[in-house]
Design a protein around this ligand. Structure first.
Ligand SMILES: Cc1cc2nc3c(=O)[nH]c(=O)nc-3n(C[C@H](O)[C@H](O)[C@H](O)COP(=O)(O)O)c2cc1C
Length: 455
């Protein structure tokens, strides 16, 4: 029996966003009216083999790779949660989907990421150049993963080619198609092609989700009217202020920041990801008196101090301690290198990047996305790396790659996926050295899901 699709009719959807779309932001999007939320892209190999653990303090669920959380969720979002996979391999994509199937509602394949990392790995927008392969991955998921499957694409400049592709994709049996209305090589600052949605909507029978340049709540109605699309998807508008989903209008940014910090406490989000997401909220207002202190904040407490929330942090710490639950939001686990050879290879790759040299995508590249894909983030300086796990070392490359694209990153010049995350590195923060990003986990009990309420 075909799995039940989510309801896309008039749906307002939080787009997949690496680093931004972590659990606290997803929970807030739902709180403010989003109907569905996507995880950031997680590369197939990153999630396959992860250990599933339930955190006893807050009921969140972590998928851990060697102690590093690749994906954190909470049962309260499950019925609205779409898990996005980056993949170029039908078997791995299926394994990835099966790994998380019990905690998510839909599996999405990212076919839109234009970044070098994804393209070199044959993932993201590279799949659009190989429709048979793309459809093979989707068909394998549709036939075997037991959940509804969707996919997210960009468009070709050529209308006929785009329509041919979407019809092929529809024939795989997917339940909905998200379309980011830009060509593979177009940057986010270039206007999207809203005029291209309608022909896609007319060409297929499945729900089409329109994505690109939806900056106001009212844009959702405009784009629906213009295109006949079933649902709409928002990325940067939500990154800047996640209350964009409120029909009554956006809330003041300071309310959002404080609420976000509370969500970070409840879900035990790591300091570096917390800081990064808050900084992105101020990216259009770097003259704000909060911005510079935020750049300088080196711990969760320091971020709380910027927003005068130390009292709330103290109360949270006290409660955690009373129960014997973890309180550390700042440190990332150090991992022993798996093997010298692997470590050296990843280190060389990272150094090549740091020196601005191009290199071919390697297994290390794939590994790094495993780490940066979904997270509460920790940070190391490059000099500390020698004894890091290869997987951690490799993640430097991802950050360097993002740094290489910094002018664009500042204005969200990212594309659609794992290697495309804009980084705070181009903002005037002092600790801008290459970042290694890892998730922290101080958990917990391996069991089945509980539904401990948050807060
Ligand atoms: C910070 C950031 C991270 C992103 N990460 C992903 C991702 O993981 N997967 C994906 O398909 N698209 C990703 N994208 C692309 C967005 O989902 C979306 O397609 C694009 O930003 C256009 O929508 P917008 O105009 O509402 O921003 C990302 C975009 C941003 C700004």
């Amino acid at each position: 029996m075909s799995p039940q699709s989510l309801n896309y009719t008039d749906a307002a959807i939080l787009a997949p966003m690496v680093r931004i779309g972590t659990l606290p932001v997803r929970l807030m999007a739902l709180e403010y009216g989003a109907d569905l939320v996507y995880t950031p892209e997680v590369v197939d190999k990153g999630i396959v083999g992860c250990e599933r653990v339930v955190n006893e303090d807050n009921g969140t669920i972590d998928y851990l790779s060697k102690g590093v959380s690749i994906f954190r969720t909470h049962p309260s979002e499950k019925s609205k949660l779409v898990f996005q996979i980056g993949s170029a391999n039908a078997d791995l994509a299926l394994q990835a989907a099966l790994t998380v199937a019990q905690d998510v509602s839909t599996i999405d394949l990212n076919c839109g990421c234009p970044k070098r990392f994804s393209i070199h790995g044959g993932m993201g927008a590279a799949l659009m150049e190989e429709p048979e392969k793309l459809c093979g991955i989707l068909k394998n998921l549709v036939d075997n993963c037991g959940l509804p499957v969707t996919c997210k694409i960009r468009i070709f400049p050529d209308r006929e080619r785009t329509l041919k592709l979407v019809k092929m994709i529809e024939a795989t049996g997917i339940k909905a198609l998200a379309v980011h209305c830009r060509y593979r090589d177009e940057r986010p600052r270039e206007p999207g092609h809203w005029d291209r949605f309608k022909e896609i909507v007319d060409a297929v029978s499945i729900p089409v989700i329109a994505n690109g340049d939806i900056k106001e709540f009212a844009d959702m109605a405009r784009i629906r009217e213009l295109s006949g699309c079933t649902g709409v998807m928002i990325a940067r508008g939500a990154e800047a202020n996640v209350s964009i989903f409120r029909k009554e209008g956006r809330l003041p940014l300071m309310d959002i920041v404080r609420q976000y910090m509370r969500r970070c406490l409840e879900t035990r989000n790591h300091h570096a990801n917390t800081k990064y997401c808050v900084m992105q909220m101020f990216i259009e207002d770097t003259k704000s008196p909060y911005y510079r202190p935020l750049c300088d904040a080196k711990s969760f407490r320091a971020v709380c101090k910027v927003f005068e929330m130390e009292g709330e942090l103290d109360a949270w710490v006290k409660k955690q301690e009373e129960h014997g639950w973890p309180t550390d939001l700042d440190s990332a686990p150090r991992k022993a290198a798996e093997s010298k050879e692997k470590d050296a290879k990843a280190m060389a790759a990272a150094n090549g990047k740091a020196n601005g040299k191009a290199k071919n995508t390697t297994t290390a590249d794939v590994k790094m996305v495993e780490v940066v894909a979904e997270s509460t983030l920790g940070k190391r300086k490059q000099g500390d790396l020698k004894d890091e796990a290869a997987v951690v070392v490799a993640s430097i490359s991802a950050s360097v790659e993002a740094v290489e694209g910094t002018p664009a990153a500042k204005k969200h010049a990212a594309g659609d996926g794992a290697s495309s995350q804009p980084t705070p590195a181009d903002t005037p923060q002092p600790d801008v050295e290459i970042e290694v990003e890892v998730t922290t986990t101080t958990t917990t009990t391996v069991t089945t899901a509980t539904s401990t309420p948050l807060a």
